[in-house]
Design a protein. Structure first.
Length: 172
């Protein structure tokens, strides 16, 4: 319903602008009222500015919303009370979406922390070999397996025997 008001207010501004332009052309053609022509010209400029501001406000709020979503800035609030023409509903809808994004992100982070805790406490050592022969030790058991030795690359496994290094290298 509020968005219909927005269209109504934009239409009203366009009709008023058209009417003012019509009167300006008519008065200007009379050549008898130069001061009135100037006043009407200023009114046309003011109406154009107001129409652009009115439409631009919606675009600015939508841009702010999209930027907040892009950068995961869930602290943004969109309160556009007393703006009329559906801005209240728009602000409420954008704020609700941001709140849902925030809650979803919070749930995902909680699940990630839970999964990391599970992986950390698995009794078997979890190790992965990435490109460039880089090793990642995923849990406590893997770190205990190598003790105080610094192990970050496949070559670092030679200190535990070439056979062990060869076995891990063959797995990848």
């Amino acid at each position: 319903m509020g968005f219909k008001r927005f269209a109504f207010y934009v239409s009203l501004r366009v009709i008023l602008l058209g009417g003012t332009l019509f009167i300006l052309v008519w008065v200007s053609s009379q050549l008898a009222y130069p001061a009135l022509s100037l006043i009407l010209l200023l009114a046309v400029i003011a109406q154009l500015g107001e129409a652009l501001r009115f439409v631009g406000k919606t675009n600015a709020e939508l841009t702010r919303f999209l930027e907040a979503a892009r950068y995961s800035d869930f602290s943004q609030r969109f309160q556009m009370k007393n703006e009329g023409a559906g801005f209240d509903e728009l602000g409420l809808a954008l704020s609700e979406i941001m709140e849902r994004f925030r809650l979803s992100r919070q749930e995902q982070e909680q699940e990630l922390r839970h999964l990391k805790a599970l992986i950390e406490h698995v009794p078997a050592p979890l190790i992965s070999v990435k490109t460039g022969d880089k090793l990642i030790l995923w849990n406590n058991a893997a770190r205990r397996l190598f003790g105080s030795a610094h192990v970050t690359r496949l070559d670092d496994l030679r200190q535990f025997g070439s056979e062990f290094e060869q076995e891990v290298s063959n797995i990848k």
